[in-house]
Design a protein around this ligand. Structure first.
Ligand SMILES: *Cc1c(COP(=O)(O)O)cnc(C)c1O
Length: 391
């Protein structure tokens, strides 16, 4: 017989799926319509309502959504797109895939978000777009960013993978601005399994995304020259296969209805972490932004101060695993990956704020179904691992 673990492993993230999602997936399976169909349509309409009426295009992932949104800008070789080094590498990969050159600007040391002053300095005559990432669910300071974009005639694609339900100065991200891309990966604040959505108020971008997410097929264009309801179509470009399935939307319909509640729970747990860690010198905690905002609390990050603890971040994560607690790493600074060093000449020292953060950062367990007892276990284990008892 296997030894039973003394305590269950506590992951850093876990989706909240209940009977409503399960019943909807079963109903979808029984309906015989599994791929893109009525449930995707309903999910897109629900998202459009959630964001106050923009165009919404459901896709297979935020990565696919970023790729399509960038393609919609029609980048020419050598065109530059400015983003942050403190992100998941999909943000940079999709810029390259869409034919652009990723240009990075360093982050603010306290919010970990793009520093708009540094973005301004990174603009050249080849710059076409800015891709800010609302890191951990904390909104980027969008007013100065959009002012800059307008002044320099740049497009903005907000990477909202962490930030569904977040608000900037009383307005929900996705309810204003140029283009937003959301992720519904199981680790994110709501899930469709894999999945994502592109949100925009620009009819041309919406049309391009719609066409390119399904083989470059443009039914609208064809139907102008044919009888309505025709099964024929035209192909206007070699498009992709990025359409969301009804099976995924079945999950999303119920997750979306609950996401504000999920976020409220995340916020309460984050506030409790802040309280429990008050006075700890071994870790640096996330700082709030100075403008009015609602944080989506996708991640609760801590910087491990190896000078105080004598413990490098990776050693900390390994020691927590020994305590059956999962701690995430978001992220390795993207410019330090081999491809980006080789292809674009990035090197250590280029973005010191991001590098300082990325060398120390980790994500503590945070998900809506986490209990206060779970949280106490995390804090207790950290007290042991970081030697707080002896501090
Ligand atoms: C998760 C994530 C993505 C990619 O999302 P997928 O839906 O997994 O493709 C992109 N950017 C950031 C910042 C993310 O965290």
């Amino acid at each position: 017989m296997d030894d039973k673990p003394a305590r269950p492993f506590l992951p850093f993230a876990r989706p909240s799926i209940d009977e409503a999602e399960i019943a909807e997936v079963v109903a979808c399976l029984k309906s015989g319509w599994l791929a893109t169909g009525p449930r995707v349509q309903k999910f897109e309409a629900a998202l459009a309502e959630y964001f106050g009426g923009p165009r919404v295009l459901a896709v297979t992932s935020a990565t696919a959504g970023l790729h399509l949104a960038l393609l919609a800008l029609g980048l020419k070789p050598g065109d530059e797109v400015i983003t942050t080094p403190l992100t998941f590498v999909a943000t940079l990969n999709t810029i390259v895939q869409a034919g652009g050159r990723p240009v990075l600007a360093d982050v603010e040391p306290d919010t970990f978000n793009l520093d708009v002053g540094r973005v301004a300095k990174a603009i050249t005559p080849r710059t076409r777009a800015i891709v800010p990432v609302h890191f951990a669910g904390l909104p980027v300071d969008l007013d100065p960013l959009y002012d800059l974009a307008r002044a320099k005639n740049l497009r903005v694609i907000e990477d909202c993978a962490h930030a569904i339900g977040a608000e900037y100065k009383g307005r929900r991200l996705g309810a204003f601005g140029d283009i937003q891309v959301f992720s519904f990966h199981p680790n994110k604040n709501m899930t469709t399994g894999e999945g994502g959505a592109v949100v925009t108020r620009d009819a041309d971008v919406a049309r391009a995304v719609s066409t390119m997410r399904f083989h470059g097929i443009d039914r609208e264009a064809f139907n102008r020259f044919s009888k309505a309801g025709s099964q024929e179509y035209d192909v206007v470009a070699p498009g992709y296969k990025y359409n969301m399935m009804d099976l995924q939307a079945a999950l999303g319909l119920h997750q979306l209805a609950k996401v504000d509640g999920f976020n409220a729970r995340r916020g309460a747990l984050a506030a409790r972490y802040q309280k429990l860690f008050a006075g700890w010198r071994q870790i640096e905690l996330p700082q709030p932004a100075t403008f009015p905002h609602r944080h989506a609390w996708h991640l609760f990050t801590a910087l491990i101060d190896d000078k105080t603890t004598g413990l490098a971040r990776d050693e900390f994560i390994a020691a927590m695993k020994e305590q059956d607690i999962g701690v995430g790493l978001h992220y390795t600074a993207a410019h330090l990956f081999a491809y980006y060093r080789r292809e674009f000449g990035f090197k250590p020292g280029d973005f010191p704020e991001a590098e300082r953060i990325c060398a120390r950062i980790c994500s503590l367990p945070l998900f809506p179904d986490m209990t206060e007892a779970d949280q106490d276990r995390v804090v207790g284990a950290m007290a042991v691992v970081l030697g707080r008892a002896n501090a």
